[in-house]
Design a protein around this ligand. Structure first.
Ligand code: RM4
Ligand code: MN
Ligand code: MN
Length: 437
């Protein structure tokens, strides 16, 4: 790229246009088409799968657009978004590459818009919607009156609880102004040592707080109660597992649901079974997708255990169809990841791809045959049916859905060919740090 091109770009944030996509696709099209044809010939469901994939979008978390870190350090990659405008523009880039990331999930107060009107217009320009808004009572903000050191909604001091309630209601207000229709409440509340808390009182205080927040929900809104097994508290978490989340959500009412973050379970938990039962009870609200080997590792979706992801989608497709739910819109589909050693945008493209692959594979499961095998106690057959779908290389179907929607056949390849990160560093600088964790 010559210098003059950079100078022009400086005043217009990086965008990827249709001609660039088309040029990229033209080069790859014939080889791609051969693979799609073969899949369509071999699989009667293939065409239906492609159409479902076109409709299926996964929201990008605003806090995953910068380089993440651990408590030991953080190594920025440069060109990170410095404000909400730049975060939206990053998600816009992702969306133009894959036409599957048509929404952004905001975290308040990190992402409070300076002008709601301008932010809405910018998002619309990129074809983006606002997914669930997230509250933050796990950090103290500068100038904040009361500390969350010993919890927020669970706190023994009513003033701290009220501050946390007010914050959540404020988050709903921001979300409403932007056109969002859900709030995700993740509480870091809990205890680090036995004896620190009275579990019953802690639950009741938290429930009362959630009830006040629930009462402030607009009529068409949902509240997602996210659970997490451990961290930052290491003895007990006040919303520590799906049972506790389900208990809060049931007591709150029909607008409250459980949110499943894949990394928030103890090792080897059977997440697909949890998903199936929450769906059965009409209490599954949505997901924070990521992958993990040990804990809340927030790794790229599908990078460690893609079979588990497939099994989760297998339950989702089965359970949503049983309840006649709309796959694309009836649950909240969000990523919650962090990237310490990869380019955040490449990482997010990989995550979206992994989710769509698992979804496509789940759509290919022969439900009738599986049901027959289950009813006949034919265990080997049941396994064959699942693995037949899982071992199908559905990548051409996912790419075809992208192509149909006007996106790139190979998003990461195009991201690299266009030197997107280099341009972002040029626009924003090498030493930028996005808000987030
Ligand atoms: C938590 C949890 C929440 C997210 C924060 C940043 O571990 O996953 O969803 O809002 O991290
Ligand atoms: Mn999460
Ligand atoms: Mn997490």
């Amino acid at each position: 790229m010559c210098l003059s091109a950079f100078v022009v770009q400086k005043f217009h944030p990086m965008k990827i246009d249709k001609t660039q996509i088309q040029k990229h696709n033209d080069k790859l099209y014939s080889a791609h088409q051969r693979k799609v044809k073969q899949l369509v010939n071999e699989n009667t469901a293939a065409k239906r799968v492609i159409n479902k994939l076109v409709d299926f979008h996964i929201a990008i978390p605003s806090w995953a657009l910068g380089t993440g870190g651990t408590r030991f350090g953080r190594f920025s990659g440069g060109g990170e978004p410095r404000n909400l405008e730049e975060k939206i523009s990053d998600v816009g880039l992702l969306h133009s590459l894959n036409k599957s990331s048509g929404a952004i999930s905001l975290h308040i107060p990190w992402d409070i818009p300076t002008s709601t009107r301008k932010i809405k217009a910018l998002a619309a320009e990129h074809g983006l919607q606002f997914d669930a808004v997230n509250s933050n009572t796990f950090q103290d903000q500068p100038g904040q009156k009361h500390s969350y050191k010993f919890g927020s909604l669970q706190h023994v001091n009513a003033k701290v609880r009220q501050q946390a309630i007010d914050h959540n209601i404020d988050v709903i207000k921001h979300g409403k102004a932007l056109g969002s229709n859900s709030i995700t409440v993740w509480l870091s509340d809990g205890s680090c040592f036995p004896g620190q808390l009275n579990f019953r009182k802690t639950f009741q205080r938290t429930l009362e707080g959630l009830q006040e927040i629930y009462a402030a929900l607009p009529s068409n809104w949902k509240m997602f109660v996210e659970y997490k097994a451990f961290e930052p508290n290491f003895y007990s978490m006040t919303v520590g597992d799906w049972g506790q989340s389900y208990l809060y959500a049931s007591k709150l009412g029909p607008k409250a649901y459980t949110l499943v973050d894949l990394g928030h379970h103890l090792p080897n938990a059977n997440i697909e079974q949890i998903v199936s039962l929450l769906l059965m009870e009409g209490k599954l609200g949505g997901f924070h997708f990521n992958d993990s080997k040990y804990g809340d590792d927030d790794l790229t979706v599908g990078s460690i255990n893609p079979y588990q992801l497939f099994l989760i989608f297998n339950e989702l497709v089965e359970g949503m169809d049983a309840r006649k739910m709309n796959h694309a819109t009836d649950l909240g589909w969000m990523i919650d990841a962090s990237h310490n050693v990869k380019d955040p945008l490449e990482d997010l493209l990989q995550s979206v791809e992994a989710i769509k692959i698992a979804y496509a594979q789940a759509l290919l499961v022969d439900r009738r045959e599986l049901n027959r095998a289950q009813e006949a106690n034919d265990v080997a057959k049941a396994q064959e049916i699942l693995q037949q779908a899982y071992r199908t290389d559905v990548r051409p179907l996912v790419a075809e859905a992208r192509f149909k929607a006007g996106a790139a056949l190979q998003p990461i390849q195009l991201f690299r060919d266009l030197d997107v990160r280099k341009q972002l560093i040029f626009e924003r600088g090498l030493k930028t740090v996005a808000t987030g964790l």
